[in-house]
Design a protein around this ligand. Structure first.
Ligand code: HXC
Ligand code: NAP
Length: 277
């Protein structure tokens, strides 16, 4: 799909890069010539991923909890000592389904601090350095399709992802004139252990999600990684402030007033509705 050197000489940090979609992006970016840094809370998970992917190219694992501004500053400073980053991917997240009235203050904080504050900490740490050095940079954040409309049962995530999208669009304008591009991807369901164990913890939920998708399948990590590679590459240099939805049409299926008609009407029904000649 891409030239092998698409991301050559690009230095990329992927938060939450030890598992799931982050690991998939790390793998693809390495294949395309990038130098990749991955961070997360669990050092052993990061090390195992770096070990697995190191044959694809240079990959560095750094244990860092993005909720902590100090920890993020330490990580970014240590990366910059080896050379400035070109690209930041805000991918780390926390999420679970719960009835909102049952959430404790710590439950709210646990999600908001990872998704919104973690994204802010990393974006500010990189953005300030790029601006000070008059260097260009690209930020890609991984959002969710429910960010612009909200969603029942994942409210801490919905409010956080909405904030991430507002940050993306705001800074695309404020920093765009100084060479910093800000974009996001809003994926529909893509099977990862982290997401599916917490959000679709029942086979009935998976069946409902498949059924309501026009393509009747989930997305793949490879599809997400390819879109991410395009959006962080120089070839997409005029795309700034966009949130690209990647969900097989699931969001629009839910929005269209008559989307469900096709499930009810049979061929015979359609035949009877055609004007008689
Ligand atoms: C209600 C819950 C809960 C649940 C945790 N809490 N899970 N409350 N229902 N299912 C509460 C706890 O009781 C505690 O509050 C507080 O949240 C913090 O919990 P901890 O376990 O101490 O927090 P921590 O170890 O920091 O873990 C954070 C986490 C966890 C978010 C709770 O799930 C996590 O580490 N997640 C990281 C990976 C992840 O979530 N990946 C999925 C991303 S998928 P009290 O008051 O009891 O102390 C995604 C989009 C999916 O985001 C879209 C799909 C289509
Ligand atoms: P995942 O495997 O659980 O990934 C989440 C990653 O974030 C983990 O590697 C986790 O590592 C890291 N993380 C969590 N808290 C952190 C913290 N405080 N500091 C640093 N790292 C932290 O789930 P995923 O499905 O790949 O999700 C990746 C991204 O895609 C998320 O932004 C998610 O919201 C988004 N998304 C996923 C789907 C889907 O269906 N899979 C759909 C829409 C959006 P540690 O636990 O080791 O810290």
């Amino acid at each position: 799909m891409f030239h092998k050197d698409l991301l050559q000489h690009k230095r990329i940090l992927i938060t939450g890069g030890g598992t799931g979609l982050g690991k998939g992006m790390a793998s693809r970016f390495l294949e395309l010539g990038a130098t990749v840094y991955i961070c997360g809370r669990r050092e052993e998970v990061l090390k195992a991923t770096a070990d697995e992917l190191k044959t694809n190219g240079p990959i560095h694992a750094i244990a860092c909890d993005v909720r902590s501004l100090e920890a993020v500053e330490r990580m970014i400073e240590s990366i910059w000592k080896e050379g400035a980053l070109d690209i930041l991917v805000n991918n780390a997240a926390g999420n679970f389904i719960a009835r909102t009235e049952e959430l404790s203050p710590r439950a709210w904080e646990s999600v908001i601090n990872i998704v919104l504050m973690g994204t802010l900490h990393c974006t500010m740490a990189c953005g300030r350095r790029w601006l000070a050095a008059k260097r260009s940079g690209t930020v890609l954040s991984i959002s969710a399709t429910y960010a612009p409309v909200g969603s029942a049962y994942v409210v801490p995530s919905a409010v956080s992802k909405a904030g991430v999208e507002a940050l993306t669009r705001s800074l695309a304008v404020e920093w765009g004139n100084r060479g910093i591009r800000m974009n996001a991807i809003a994926p529909g369901p893509i099977p990862t252990q982290g997401a599916f164990s917490r959000l679709l913890p029942h086979s009935g939920l998976e069946a409902v999600a498949l059924d309501r998708n026009p393509l009747h399948r989930f997305g793949t990590i490879e599809e997400l990684a390819n879109l991410a590679a395009f959006l962080v590459s120089d070839g997409s240099g005029y795309i700034n402030g966009e949130v690209v939805r990647m969900d097989g049409g699931e969001f629009l299926q839910g929005a269209g007033e008559f989307s469900a008609v096709g499930r009810v009407l049979t061929d015979k029904d359609w035949e009877s509705l055609r004007p008689r000649k």
